[in-house]
Design a protein around this ligand. Structure first.
Ligand code: ANZ
Ligand code: ZN
Length: 858
């Protein structure tokens, strides 16, 4: 019997699918579609296990939906702009374009070797002008529609690299690559008006019932809608005032200071006269601008000497500049109530400011034996009753908020408002390897959009990386152009778009990737979108997914598309982990350097020295616990890798990669192959026909299909694998028993064919080989998914006696092993039983499964 040769089989079937153009998608209006999409990869050079998992899950859906008769779109492309290419240029002196294109070529080969059901004719790379020209055009449309604008904003500036850094690129106040202290700078940047859709983005979340709750919650928090009060505190001895925003107007009587952001105009003004304030502002500038960075810092401030008047009381409070007040949120100024806010508490302790409790905790946290309210070792921010607050006393927190707002509004000092945490999206990057922003700066005319007929603005490839900063700035010619309006000397914008720009609409481009006169064909997009199954990592729960949702709305506003939500279903997969290993000297060792001896001890393969196995952690280069998919594909084949990744744990959870696991998958693949061979060679061996046996076999197959359908649908892929194993075990036993007659023999053959179809979305190559071996016509990939015959799901029936108070009243035919409740329901419906029960109270029901239902009445 021939051993299953996965190397040969995988190549053969991939070529066959290619030839038959199995996965080339065409719009067919009226035919139900399914758009399956995995988040497209960054072309880093080689695929990693996370990719394999991502695409194994997506591929399962693409193949399964296709077999179910859906018109499937399952495309692939490359998120090809970005910093790593530029870093490679600086480090290895290779041009980003060359580096990127080489990486794409090798990763494409790798992905193809996994045997994915992808329509490669739709492949796109975002770094090519035929892709990014459309986003330049859309940007101009957004400008016209008021969805893009330019403004000065605070950015993280790396003085060594001469570039703006994203918040994530500031580590402990230092540039992640230069290690130089980051500065804050004001720069003119382009913004997209995501805030215009803040409410709509929130509302949309409620319609996304096929998204994980945690992702919806994260987006909800990111948009961060809050309601509160915007109010003015009058500055003593001045006509000026300070506008603050608070979500806790109920704590107004507990105010003990006001604080302004170091970037607040009033502070900037004071800094020109007061060196102490100027020094403080300069100090704050040294740290990043992100909320996370600011949250982590020690809360510090400086007393400005100003005081503001309390709105309801005859007292004033000092005004500080404080590092924890963000310029971009609310009004950039707050009043502090240390008793009920953790940051204010820390600040008050440090600067000896009064801590005035005004909320009596509902849970008693801050209530003494005698009922008085005290200040503990931390602030209290839960619910309770207001105290020490004049007209608010006795109200609960929520009622007090409303009352305080009413009073402030009556005094003309402020207004209840809604505030969002969401900021407009700054899309300018001072980088080379990105899409050029299509505008021109003219001294006379200002900012002039590049006229449509001059698009695309092609990123020049003849640049050098010998100086830090953006090579577009030092390019000798590219930058200099005639102003489109006055024809005078002008310069191009050298900033490029944030690479999230490209990933915000690529799903729409896939619908018609070859149209050149517009970003995509509207009809094609309306046919395919929204994406039915979008699969990717949880790390994109906020930014990418939010930007894409915004972009879809923006595209709708400029008439490109007619939907709001791009992704109807979202699945976030867990990571792949691996055990870690350390040498006696404490160095991380890679799994390929170590081995386990018979006694179970780990040693270094090279010299046998002892190795300490460590915790199971996310595969990472730093811990060296990665396993290269390439090696696995070569040793075990794509199918075994796919099976192991899908079978071990629910796909949303982290899964631990082990050598024994993939070996087990490989053994199972070989067993399936043997089963196909055995069944193929099985003949009628003259046994007497046993119809019941044939029927049992078909029932088992149908039951498995019904279960797998449900398990795939709910992403319980590991359970589906278990179902498949149960069926194959059963079929193996049957084959071993042998003795098939004229009716039994076709049954085992077709049940094995059904098994093969269930296997196909997971191990597509093996399934083709089995299908062929079983003598089935055509390719399994083209075979219609088995239809479950409901009659086959009903387990064979049994006749059950129905008794009332122990006396036989009738019988009822029930499915074997039916639930007790169902047995009872069927029993009481028997006419003679119903009669006997009339007017009586049912006290108790005793069910002897598959035999008796005894109804006890009184
Ligand atoms: C007084 C107060 C008393 C506050 C109290 C809280 C508790 P959320 O709910 O997260 O939106 N705040 C307002 N603007 C700020 C800014 N630009 N930078 C830093 N903090 C700012 O937070 C709203 C609260 O955060 C506001 O309510 C304000 O402090 C502070 F017991 O006002 B609160
Ligand atoms: Zn001009």
């Amino acid at each position: 019997m021939a051993r299953y040769n996965f190397r040969e089989a995988e190549q053969t079937w991939q070529a066959r699918w290619d030839e038959a153009q199995c996965f080339v998608a065409r719009e067919e209006p009226g035919r139900p579609k399914s758009y399956v999409l995995e988040m497209f990869p960054y072309p880093s050079g080689r695929i990693h296990m996370g990719h394999v998992k991502n695409y194994a899950i997506g591929d399962l859906f693409a193949r399964w939906r296709r077999a179910q008769g859906k018109n499937v779109l399952h495309p692939m492309g490359w998120d090809a702009f970005g910093l790593p290419a530029e870093n490679a240029a600086h480090e290895n002196n290779v041009h980003p374009a060359i580096w990127t294109r080489q990486n794409i070529a090798s990763m494409r080969d790798q992905l193809k070797s996994i045997g994915l059901a992808i329509d490669w004719t739709r492949e796109i790379a975002t770094c090519e002008p035929d892709y990014y020209r459309h986003e330049q055009w859309m940007f101009l449309k957004f400008l016209e529609a008021g969805l893009a604008y330019r403004k000065e904003s605070w950015v993280n500036w790396d003085p060594v690299e001469n570039t703006v850094l994203a918040n994530e690129q500031v580590v402990d106040g230092m540039g992640w690559r230069s290690g130089a202290p980051v500065e804050r700078r004001r720069l003119s940047q382009w913004f997209l008006k995501i805030t215009e859709f803040a409410d709509d983005l929130l509302h949309g979340l409620t319609t996304l019932d096929r998204w994980p709750d945690k992702v919806r919650t994260m987006q909800d928090n990111w948009v961060g809608k809050s309601s509160g009060l915007r109010m003015r505190w009058k500055i003593v001895d001045s006509d000026a005032g300070v506008e603050v925003y608070t979500t806790r107007p109920d704590t107004l009587f507990g105010a003990s200071f006001a604080a302004l952001s170091p970037e607040h105009p009033l502070i900037a003004d004071l800094a020109t006269r007061d060196p102490k304030i100027a020094a403080f502002v300069a100090e704050c500038r040294k740290s990043g601008t992100s909320e996370a960075a600011i949250e982590a810092q020690e809360k510090i401030g400086v007393d400005t000497g100003l005081r503001v008047q309390h709105p309801f009381q005859d007292r004033t409070i000092p005004v500080y500049a404080a590092n924890f007040v963000l310029i971009e949120y609310g009004t950039g100024a707050i009043f502090g109530c240390p008793a009920h806010d953790a940051r204010d508490f820390e600040f008050a302790r440090k600067y000896n400011l009064p801590i005035l409790p005004v909320v009596k905790a509902a849970d008693g946290t801050n209530v003494a034996e005698d009922g008085s309210v005290f200040v503990g070792e931390e602030s209290f921010n839960g619910p309770g009753t207001i105290v020490n607050s004049d007209f608010l006393n006795g109200l609960d927190v929520e009622a007090a908020k409303l009352e305080a707002i009413r009073r402030i509004e009556a005094l003309g000092l402020g207004k209840g408002t809604t505030v969002y945490r969401l900021r407009d999206w700054g899309v300018s990057r001072q980088r080379y390897w990105g899409c050029p922003i299509p505008v021109i700066h003219c001294d006379k005319c200002g900012v002039v959009p590049v006229p449509e007929n001059q698009l695309p603005v092609v990123l020049p490839e003849d640049v050098t990386f010998d100086k830090p900063g953006n090579p577009l700035d030092h390019h000798p010619t590219w930058k200099h152009v005639a102003c489109p309006t006055c024809a005078g000397k002008a310069v191009r914008e050298t900033d490029t778009f944030d690479t999230f720009f490209e990933s915000s609409w690529y799903f729409a481009r896939f619908c018609s990737p070859h149209v050149s006169d517009k970003p995509f064909d509207r009809d094609a997009a309306m046919y395919w979108l929204p994406v039915d199954n979008y699969i990717g990592g949880i790390e994109h729960a906020v930014l990418h997914l939010l930007y894409a949702r915004f972009f879809t709305r923006a595209m709708k506003k400029v008439g490109l598309i007619g939907i709001d939500e791009p992704f109807a279903g979202l699945f976030t997969q867990g990571m792949i982990t691996h055990e870690t290993y350390k040498s006696p000297a404490g160095q991380w060792l890679s799994p390929s350097e170590v081995q386990r001896d018979e006694a179970g001890n780990w040693t270094l393969t090279a010299d046998g020295s002892p190795v300490t196995p460590g915790r199971v952690e996310k595969m990472s280069k730093s811990k060296r616990n990665t396993v290269d998919p390439q090696e696995i594909l070569e040793r075990y084949g794509a199918d075994s890798a796919r099976l192991f990744i899908l079978s071990d744990t629910p796909p949303e959870r982290d899964m631990e990669w082990t050598e024994s696991g993939v070996e087990g998958a490989w053994r199972y693949a070989s067993r399936l192959w043997r089963l196909a061979e055995d069944v193929a060679e099985l003949g009628m061996d003259g046994a007497i026909d046993d119809d019941a046996r044939g029927e049992d076999i078909m029932r088992a197959a149908h039951r498995a299909v019904a279960q797998v359908d449900e398990q795939f649908e709910s992403f319980r892929i590991n359970s589906a694998v278990a179902t498949i194993r149960t069926l194959s075990n059963f079929l193996e036993e049957q084959v071993k028993k042998g003795g098939f007659g004229q009716s039994g023999w076709p049954c085992i053959a077709s049940a094995t064919a059904i098994l093969t179809q269930l296997v196909a979305p997971i191990m597509p190559h093996l399934a083709e080989s089995m299908w062929e071996r079983l003598g089935r016509p055509g390719l399994v990939v083209d075979a219609a998914w088995p239809k479950v015959d409901p009659a086959m799901l009903v387990a064979s029936s049994v006749t059950v006696a129905v008794q009332v108070n122990g006396k036989l009243k009738g019988t009822v035919d029930l499915p074997r092993d039916v639930a007790n409740d169902d047995a009872q329901a069927a029993a009481v419906a028997v006419p003679a039983v119903a009669q006997a029960l009339e007017g009586k109270q049912l006290r108790k029901v005793i069910v002897v499964p598959n035999r008796i239902v005894n109804l006890v009445v009184g």
